[in-house]
Design a protein around this ligand. Sequence first.
Ligand SMILES: [Zn+2]
Length: 265
Amino acid sequence: MGIGNTILKAWDSHFHLDCTSQTLFGNQEASLVNILAAEVGSMPKIKVEVVGGIMVYCDPENYPTNIKCQRKGFGAAGGIHPKKAPLFPHTKFEELRNLLRLKTVVALGEIGRDRCAPASTWKLQEEIFVKVLQLSMPIRPVFWHMRDAADQNCGEVGARCLQIMKANVAPTQRIHLHCFTGTVEQVVSWLETFPKCYFGVTGLVREFDCFQKVALRRIPRGHLLIETDAPYIRPLQASASIPSFIGEVALAVSRVRGETVEEVL
Ligand SMILES: [Zn+2]
């Protein structure tokens, strides 16, 4: 049951099918249909029908050579997670280029900067994402990842990322800031620089401080995306997050923004 008698339709704009399969079944073979129906020991509080989403492949050790979406409404993204930078030699660049040629792959990412990884890798992360950014040309949307163990708002990392993006892609570039946890200033500056920037909000919204909540309210409705980032950011009793939990993300977002769940979805 959704809200009232209708089951709401939802779209999970960022999840990892391969890692969710690995977490639940110990291998990466599970299909999208299997994952959408998986038992994870806890039922979503808001039942939704997941009618679309983006499956993100960003692990260079396991780039797939073929991706089946199985259902209309779903697509894939291919990139390099910044924590995996040391596992990305030149040959992997070619593999990534091939991955992006698959018909089902509609976006580049996730790529970006992660300061939770050892500082010795930060320079390499930057070199790689600048190189990989050229694969977004001319029109591929980019999934952007930024994290900083020392700053949950990613103020410094965010400013640096914005600067580098400005120098390397056109202002018309479509950008999806994955797992956005920033401030109002960041919402404003990203939108000013890239009018086609979208903000992806995950279940971390439940832990947002007052600055992050203010920022979430400032995101224009047409620029707000919600994500489970499955299998990560799992609800308490669940063994992993799966896209079916996207309704709970929508609920938490709706409470902060003073909107209904339907409006958020
Ligand atoms: Zn992710």
